[in-house]
Design a protein around this ligand. Structure first.
Ligand code: NZQ
Ligand code: ZN
Length: 389
């Protein structure tokens, strides 16, 4: 029986030029001191930085800056941000960038109220007691961090990449302007699209009672990514394609489609170990892993869900045998990821060998099998990694 609470309070401004006036008005609701956080400089190249600074200056907001947030953001950068928030008594954090920047600000926001290393939030040593409000301006469609409660941080000293979430980390306001993603490279567009697709797959493949309405929404979201990602790659300034990917990225993971599903995800924890050890792009890791995970868990017990996926998402002939539909669906997914998106199709091409697979699988299963659509033991995970070579 489905039962859940719907509570997705991020206010979204969608479309071009929404930051004009609206950005400063929204920020002022939280105070006058703004910490502007961004990454390695893409926002300067596209002119967004100047636009934001003009807007904030003309509203007389006091702006502090932290740049250089890394892809796969480091806990050391989060600590820096939390420190500035404390020292300068910041009222609101403005995150401008992709998932890495927004994720990092989530733990800065909580770190403002914690006397210690922000990494403690990721290892469960610190509790979320309070957090500064976050306003985000998204520049890459992928993670859904602009509208969700979670974030993922990397500790390069311990080679760990861990996530945590809390409702108080969800951005209060997000500006989603698809034109800000025109400059995203073909590679990052492909990785981001693979990530969106994976967020839906992680929820869609579920062994218990599913809600037909939500399954149908997810099938629509998956079809949206499959239709528009190749268009965005070949025509980077196609507004329709960028807009569809952007809104799909938010709704894939903001809690709506997953609200009645309580199970843990499968490919994400397996991928986070890859990113932790090899600093690879999250979406690329997921693209390589997902079809292998599917092949590993496909059986007569699970074939029904694959059949539904194949018929409803890839329009495969429903009169074929269930297993044939399932296998064809996985082939079609591979073709989308590796041909249409042109992503590398194995880990060997990324210079990754099996030397850490045992340790990675051990860490994932340290508290027992990885629960999910099909529970995975340490050996299952090693087999999946090996199939990716
Ligand atoms: O740093 P800058 O210069 O901004 O460049 C970035 C970065 O190099 C660039 N970029 C971003 N917007 C651009 C642009 N380049 C040109 N034009 C633009 N408009 O793209 C590169 C990648 O950025 P990043 O933020 O790392 O990518 P993404 O949005 O895919 O975020 C990935 C991170 O989010 C985590 C991932 O694990 C990874 O650490 N995730 C967060 C989730 C969440 N909050 O719920 C869930 C996800 O499953 C995921 O784990
Ligand atoms: Zn993801």
């Amino acid at each position: 029986m489905q039962s859940f609470i719907y509570d997705i309070p991020t206010k979204v401004y969608f479309g071009p030029n929404q930051i004009d006036n609206n950005l400063s008005n929204e920020l002022k609701k939280f105070g006058n001191k703004v910490l502007l956080v961004y990454g390695g400089g893409s926002i300067k190249k596209i002119g967004l930085y100047d636009k934001i600074i003009n807007e904030l200056n003309s509203a007389n907001l006091q702006v502090f800056e932290l740049s250089g947030i890394e892809p796969n953001p480091r806990h050391t950068s989060v600590n820096k941000g939390a420190q500035i928030c404390k020292q300068e008594d910041i009222d609101v954090i403005l995150a401008v960038g992709g998932g890495s920047v927004i994720d990092a600000t989530k733990f800065m926001a909580a770190g403002r109220y914690y006397n210690g290393d922000t990494w403690d939030f990721l290892i469960g040593k610190a509790q979320f007691t309070n957090a500064l409000p976050i306003v985000s301006i998204l520049t890459l469609s992928a993670t859904g961090s602009e509208m969700d409660t979670g974030g993922v941080i990397t500790n390069t000293e311990t080679k760990e990449k861990l996530g945590n979430s809390h409702p108080m980390l969800r951005p209060k306001v997000s500006f989603l302007d698809p034109t800000n993603t025109y400059s995203v490279s073909k590679y990052q567009t492909a990785c981001g699209s693979a990530d969106i697709l994976s967020h839906i797959i992680e929820v869609y493949f579920y062994s218990y009672d599913a809600m037909y309405m939500l399954d149908t929404v997810m099938e629509g979201l998956m079809k949206t990514v499959i239709k528009y990602a190749p268009i965005a790659i070949s025509q980077p300034d196609n507004y329709e394609a960028r807009a569809n990917l952007m809104w799909a990225s938010s709704w894939a993971i903001n809690g709506f489609v997953g609200q009645d599903k309580k199970h843990a995800w499968s490919c994400h924890p397996i991928e986070h170990e890859l990113s932790a050890f090899y600093d690879i792009t999250h979406g690329l890791g997921l693209a390589i892993l997902t079809p292998r995970w599917m092949k590993h868990v496909l059986s007569s017990n699970t074939v029904d869900k694959f059949y539904q996926f194949g018929v409803n998402v890839f329009d495969i002939d429903k009169n074929l045998s269930k297993m044939k539909v399932a296998e064809t669906a996985i082939e079609k997914l591979e073709s989308f990821l590796f041909k249409d998106l042109n992503l590398s199709d194995n880990l060997t091409k990324l210079n990754i060998d099996d030397s850490h697979f045992e340790t990675m699988a051990e860490r994932i299963t340290k508290d027992g099998p990885l629960k999910g659509f099909v529970d995975l033991s340490k050996n299952d995970i090693i087999e999946i990694y090996n199939a990716c070579l």
